[in-house]
Ligand binder design. Structure first.
Ligand SMILES: *Cc1c(COP(=O)(O)O)cnc(C)c1O
Length: 468
């Protein structure tokens, strides 16, 4: 299997090269030349597999340049009951109205990003050792991504993580999660500024091509192809867990921001998983809902992006969306390139003429949720089912209930646990969210963090010193 760019300007690459790359050289995103097609016989054979074995079957279709025995070893070490709390890895629960919740947040940082990031940690360590290379991951986080990356990369050979976060702006729980890590290869940098200042520093360092090459600076952001591929697995697993036979269909409802999670659902459906519909749920930052209801994609700037109580969805430019559009326009790289030229010039684009295909051929629908909806949904699910859901998952449940058709089985993806969003849970329920075992006293652990002004030069000097 080889990989091409959504903008049509990249010579095909192998999997191992694709995963260490950020954007393709032409500014596009990597996708396989074609999606593997899963037969009914394969689906039948896969239904009873463990999570790690299923992951092996699926990922080996994409990671064709990694020897099977090595990939198997990586996956067996990644998807363990020890890391994810149960042998099921991604168990499901059913609410009273038949809605299915697929639990994806039982990993070390209590959000679904662990599902892919834990794999990435082991995969990177393996690939870097093979190539004899080093990687220094530089990232900016306002919460979930940074901690998932740090817990995935801690203690890994030939990898350092430099993670920027806005000083004092994350929740005490999120801060403690990241800053309490004592591993020598994890470097927390708090910036006196906002998330955007952190992001700007990362961009400035990346644009210093000499520095970037000298210090092997890379990223693990949501466009990383290995993250998408790892996420495809839980759509299959979720389908098997939610159904009794492969004659059934399900729909998935996904709280969305950068479109990474639901992009994996789209790929699973293209591979032949019996998915009826893919339901995109947004919060008040609803550029994706706007596209899926009107065909108009109009990304917004920071000034028009609201800070909400489902903060990991506060995104107004969905970086993985280009992968879906590539498929929607018949994999025409030249057209994608033209569309993103319009996006970059601030105009967005209008594909209203393709809305029929979006619905019928690709099965997409959408809906949005607000702070009031979130609170009401958290209260209702607690009262009716005795389950406390987090704010992002609540957005998904709200939208799923709104758009569900008679007889449709909808699987809602749980993207985080409520313990991470204590303030909103207290606002909704008047009490604290349950904390999973092992997290008591997290905030009292010693913390390791270096604070700088919002100054790229200071961060570069720190990286230089640390790696010297
Ligand atoms: C990252 C994240 C999302 C959004 O996922 P995308 O892949 O960016 O669409 C939703 N909920 C939570 C809790 C997240 O951490």
């Amino acid at each position: 299997m080889r990989y091409i760019s959504t903008r049509g300007g990249m010579a095909p690459l192998e999997f191992s090269d694709t995963i260490l790359m950020g954007l393709a050289p032409d500014g596009g995103l990597a996708l396989p030349e074609r999606y593997p097609q899963i037969s009914r016989a394969q689906l039948d054979a896969w239904r009873g597999l463990s999570y790690a074995d299923l992951a092996f079957e699926i990922i080996s279709l994409f990671a064709t340049d990694i020897p099977a025995v090595d990939l198997k070893d990586i996956l067996d070490r990644t998807y363990t009951a020890e890391v994810y709390g149960s042998a099921a890895i991604t168990p499901v629960k059913r609410l009273h109205d038949g809605l299915v919740i697929l639990e994806l947040s039982n990993g070390p940082t209590l959000a679904f990003k662990d599902m892919a990031m834990q794999f990435l940690g082991n995969l990177f360590e393996y690939v870097l050792a093979k190539k004899g290379e080093q990687l220094n991951i530089l990232g900016a986080t306002s919460g979930d991504t940074g901690s998932a990356a740090e817990y995935a990369m801690r203690g890994k050979q030939n990898i350092n993580v430099f993670m920027l976060s806005p000083d004092g702006l994350m929740s005490p729980f999120q801060r403690a999660q990241m800053y309490s890590l004592q591993d020598a290869n994890i470097h927390n940098i708090a910036i006196r500024g906002m998330f955007d200042d952190c992001q700007d520093i990362v961009k400035a360092v990346q644009n210093d091509h000499a520095f970037k090459a000298k210090y092997k600076v890379g990223t693990v952001n949501s466009i990383n192809w290995a993250r998408i591929v790892a996420q495809v697995v839980y759509y299959f697993k979720g389908y098997f867990n939610a159904t009794a036979s492969n004659d059934e269909q399900v729909s998935f409802c996904v709280p969305s921001g950068n479109f990474g999670n639901i992009c994996a659902g789209h790929i699973a459906r293209q591979m032949g998983l019996p998915v009826q519909r893919l339901i995109v749920a947004t919060n008040e930052n609803d550029v994706l809902d706007e596209f899926f209801s009107s065909g108009k994609y109009a990304p917004r700037g920071t000034a028009n992006t609201w800070v909400t109580s489902s903060p990991s969805m506060d995104i107004s430019k969905a970086s993985n969306f280009e992968r879906f559009i590539f498929d929607l326009v018949g994999r025409d790289g030249a057209q994608v390139k033209a569309l993103w030229a319009q996006v970059d010039s601030g105009n967005g684009f209008d594909l209203a003429a393709n809305l029929g295909a979006v619905r019928e051929q690709f099965g997409f629908v959408s809906g949005k949720s607000t702070h009031a909806d979130r609170l009401a949904t958290i209260r209702a699910v607690d009262a009716e089912d005795g389950v406390v859901v987090d704010t992002h998952t609540a957005d998904g449940i709200k939208v799923a209930r709104e758009v569900r058709l008679p007889g449709e089985t909808v699987v809602c993806l749980e993207t985080a646990l409520p313990a991470k969003f204590a303030d909103t849970i207290r606002e909704a329920l008047g009490r604290d969210a349950p904390r999973p075992d092992g997290f008591d006293g997290l905030e009292d652990l010693p913390q390791r963090v270096t604070v700088f002004d919002a100054d790229a030069a200071a961060v570069k000097a720190y990286i230089e010193q640390t790696l010297a």
